[in-house]
Design a binder for this molecule. Structure first.
Ligand SMILES: C[S@@+](CC[C@H](N)C(=O)[O-])C[C@H]1O[C@@H](n2cnc3c(N)ncnc32)[C@H](O)[C@@H]1O
Length: 252
């Protein structure tokens, strides 16, 4: 699935406001933030779905020893470019979650797979494989953090179009980002997100369109798959009425 991000990488950051790019996104969700506040500020953290490196950069500025990885080369390149611009020494790897333990000899205090990334591990077996890879990356007593959209809530509400931001202006370019979901009847079937970035260029609109597929899961399915991968939940901010949640786990 990371392949779908190869094209999207160029426009990915336009989905987010300047505040999120400066202060981080998924790392500020309640359960994830609680863990990051509780551990030593020099802990070794791997952002295993780093995307363009927004959260990893914020964590490095907070003092954590940060490594970043992503299954998409273009997203990983985006992270490398961000770290260079921000003068941060964060090594970046391109690797899928299942292959990461072999790709890096290192082990970490915290492994993050956040920003609604795990939904790209398509189906039960792929997800268990991915989670097993992530579990193998933690030191004894270390944590693996997963976060997700609350797919049951989203599915029940059938929200299909969201405007991610109003018009954002950066470096003389203006863009409005929106996404629409094709939501099939069954939650476990493949869903498609259509992402559209409408750029304003000298008064002419220029749309860039991308499609990302994903296979949602319920929180019960996630919990069963965490268990199969040898991960035990120790904290969560899950609430049936809230759109997103994180689950903090330790290796069993
Ligand atoms: C929704 S983006 C989130 C990125 C980042 N965490 C954020 O919050 O902006 C999901 C990321 O997961 C990566 N990804 C998808 N499948 C992957 C896999 N099997 N292994 C590693 N990375 C993967 C994609 O390339 C993409 O960068």
């Amino acid at each position: 699935m990371a392949g779908a991000y190869e094209m999207l990488a160029a426009d990915y950051d336009w989905m987010f406001g300047d505040d999120e790019l400066a202060n981080g996104r998924a790392i500020n969700r309640p359960a994830t933030a609680r863990l990051l506040q509780r551990i030593s500020s020099t802990s070794a953290v791997l952002d295993a779905a780093c995307g363009t490196g927004v959260d990893a950069a914020v964590l490095a500025r907070r003092g954590f020893t940060v490594r970043a990885a992503d299954g998409s080369q273009a997203m990983a390149d985006g992270a490398v470019a961000r770290f260079r611009r921000e003068r941060l020494a964060i090594p970046v790897l391109c690797s899928s979650w299942a292959d990461l333990p072999a790709a890096t000899g290192e082990r970490f205090d915290v492994v993050l797979c956040v920003g609604n990334s795990l939904v790209h591990a398509a189906g039960r077996d792929a997800m268990v494989q991915a989670l097993t890879g992530l579990r193998r990356l933690v030191r004894p007593g270390g944590h693996v953090v997963i976060d997700s959209r609350n797919w049951e809530k989203l599915h029940a509400e059938r929200q299909i179009v969201q405007v991610a931001n109003r018009v954002v202006t950066r470096a003389g370019r203006r863009c409005c980002a929106l996404y629409a979901w094709e939501i099939p009847d069954r939650l476990e079937d493949e869903h498609i997100a259509h992402l559209v970035f409408i750029f304003d260029k000298d008064g002419q609109t220029e749309p860039h369109e991308y499609q990302i597929t994903f296979r949602p899961f319920t929180i019960s399915e996630l919990r069963a798959r965490l268990e199969l991968a040898g991960l035990r939940e120790v904290d969560t901010d899950f609430n049936a009425s809230v759109d997103r949640y994180a689950v903090v786990t330790v290796a069993t």
